[in-house]
Design a protein around this ligand. Structure first.
Ligand code: XUL
Length: 590
């Protein structure tokens, strides 16, 4: 016992796609314990899902859900695993926050609060002042052998929660935009055009296709505030940042958009909560269930939960001058932008309320760009031109200079998001003439330069002024690739810092708990440490400025021709889109 920390501790949680994760840290940000439970783990869970922890509907593979009881059971198992590590006492945890996968939704049945949540809270009827005996008395009344799932198994009107991977709501997205008067209008209010995974169209589908169950729903929540609800034993509000991923929230006026709510489902306001909160809001003390079962201090505070992307950004960026790039299956870019400078024209990126926003008058937004073709393409090209070895890839890169003798490549093996819906590989020479293939050293460079230039181009198109950017923080599997980091530093003209933080979203929860309780503003102290990985080389920065202009021209040509081709295809059914393309996608091994 003596080895246990007696300092104030903070718990960060992350309910992600395949796992529930938790991390306990002290005030100096040292990790005291961390653990996770996978939703496909049949050795730990009675309610598990094979093979990956979510269900792909056999009749409609676009329909992807996870049973809410899997999450609830995994939560208890996670806390037990953390307790069994015996490296800390739950009673030293003074604050808890966390995050969830964005957009997913949870549907509480009529009377769930009365019959389920209140029993977790228990002390709701007791006088707040008498912490001593009355609370202890209440604890004795609580059956010790019950878990969350025993209290809550009857509490949901929808057993399977739609998650962010669901893309089954296309027709509802079009309907939502139509009812609003177009995608531009929806973008102006909510910061995004209609997207299948966003909660609004998901709710619309549920209300339309399962109206009887919709009518029996007393509360609809996001994954994030569903977890804070369990912790508090009462319904908690959606927070501003995760609320921005619903197509229902007015990100400038910080309130539900009645127009969007009405366009999605009748009486929706009563099923959400009447107001949203800043992600640093202290919601209240932890429910007695957790005090009793795990030994939490009854004064332990629960802080609003948010989405995993805002939470990661909070953890990785020390200030709004930081751009965070996560190099994974897809590459994600997050930057801060003031509402007054944010793009006015609808585009295929998202504007969320920034979790670093200081107060309600500070109109700081967070821009999220998702490039679908990330590490899978990098791996595939590596396999095509080397013996599956990054070292060889580095050697190849030595044989091609920055800006690649003018050669440019675009590698959209999967249908890309930015630029929208384009698929294929496109190679160009220094005169902008399309060529069939590139020799290995040239292809290696074209891939990495193309990916970096695309990120800069789309940030520029979204009005991010690089003059206001001090650094790029890089994370995710691809961040170990030093060649890529150097090219990134040179194309942006900014230092690139690398953070090894596979659990940044979870840590972001714990850091927000510290900042909320200590009434800090976001500061360098609540930032994951990074290492300088690459400095921009001034001699190449200008070369890339020029290359960016050429890249943008070629990309414009490509998207114009794509639009023209899809238009022609619609009007002349007998022509395939490809036949109408002046620029032909080069075949790859995909
Ligand atoms: C963001 C998104 C995903 C999930 C993953 O828009 O859909 O990044 O948040 O958990």
């Amino acid at each position: 016992m003596s080895s246990k920390s007696t300092k104030n501790l903070y718990l960060g949680l992350d309910l992600s796609t395949q796992q529930f994760k938790g991390v306990v840290i002290d005030e100096e940000l040292n990790v005291v314990a961390e653990d996770s439970v996978s939703f496909n783990d049949k050795t730990l869970l009675k309610n598990y899902v094979l093979p990956n922890g979510f269900i792909v509907d056999k009749n409609d593979p676009d329909c992807i859900t996870t049973p809410v009881l899997v999450w609830i059971e995994a939560f208890d198992v996670l806390l037990q695993k953390l307790r069994d590590q015996k490296t800390f006492d739950f009673k030293n945890i003074v604050g808890i926050s966390g995050c969830g996968q964005q957009h997913g939704s949870v549907y509480w049945a009529e009377n769930a609060c009365e019959n389920g949540l209140k029993r977790l809270k228990q002390h709701s009827s007791s006088n707040d002042d008498d912490h001593g005996e009355i609370v202890v008395e209440k604890l004795r009344q609580l059956p010790k052998n019950l878990f969350l799932i025993d209290y809550l198994k009857e509490c949901f009107s929808r057993a399977n929660s739609p998650i962010w991977m669901d893309s089954s709501t296309t027709k509802y997205c079009r309907l939502l935009e139509e009812r609003l008067g177009g995608s531009q209008k929806l973008f102006e209010i909510t910061g995004s055009k209609a997207y299948e995974r966003f909660t609004g169209s998901q709710i619309m589908k549920f209300q339309t296709e399962s109206n009887d169950l919709y009518l029996k729903t007393e509360r609809i929540q996001l994954v994030s505030n569903f977890v804070s609800t369990l912790l508090l034993g009462e319904y908690t509000s959606v927070d501003y940042s995760d609320g921005s991923g619903m197509n229902l929230f007015d990100i400038i006026n910080l309130k539900w958009s009645q127009e969007c709510l009405d366009a999605c489902a009748p009486d929706l306001l009563s099923k959400l909560y009447h107001e949203l909160v800043h992600p640093l809001t202290i919601l209240g003390p932890i429910a007695i269930y957790f005090v009793d079962r795990y030994g939490f201090d009854p004064d332990c505070k629960v802080i609003a939960f948010t989405g995993d992307n805002p939470s990661s950004y909070y953890a990785l960026a020390s200030d709004p001058e930081t751009i965070v790039i996560s190099l994974g299956t897809s590459d994600t870019v997050i930057a801060s932008v003031k509402a007054s400078q944010a793009p006015k024209e609808a585009f295929d990126g998202h504007l969320f309320v920034n979790p670093m926003k200081k107060n309600d008058n500070d109109n700081l937004l967070m821009l999220l760009l998702c490039f679908k073709n990330g590490s899978l393409v990098r791996e595939r090209v590596k396999e095509e031109i080397t013996q599956k070895d990054w070292q060889q890839m580095s050697e190849l890169l030595c044989h091609s200079p920055p800006s690649n003798h003018g050669y440019i490549g675009m590698f959209f093996d999967d249908q890309e998001i930015l630029p929208h819906n384009i698929q294929g590989r496109f190679y160009f020479d220094a005169h902008g003439v399309q060529v069939k293939d590139l020799e290995p050293s040239c292809k290696a460079r074209a891939l990495l330069e193309g990916q970096c230039l695309a990120k800069r181009l789309y940030l520029q198109r979204a009005n991010i002024d690089l003059a206001n950017v001090k650094r790029i923080v890089i994370t995710g599997g691809g961040s170990v690739n030093i060649d890529l980091l150097q090219i990134l530093a040179d194309t942006f003209g900014k230092p690139v810092h690398a953070a090894f933080a596979p659990n940044s979203a979870c840590l972001g929860g714990a850091y927000r708990a510290i900042d909320a309780i200590k009434d800090h503003n976001k500061s360098i102290t609540s930032t994951i440490q990074w290492l300088i990985a690459a400095q921009p080389r001034s001699e190449f920065v200008q070369v890339y400025d020029e290359m960016l202009v050429r890249y943008a021209d070629l990309e414009n040509q490509l998207t114009n021709q794509h639009q023209q081709a899809s238009h022609n295809q619609k009007t002349h059914h007998h022509h395939s889109a490809a036949n109408n393309l002046g620029l032909q996608a080069t075949k790859n091994h995909h």
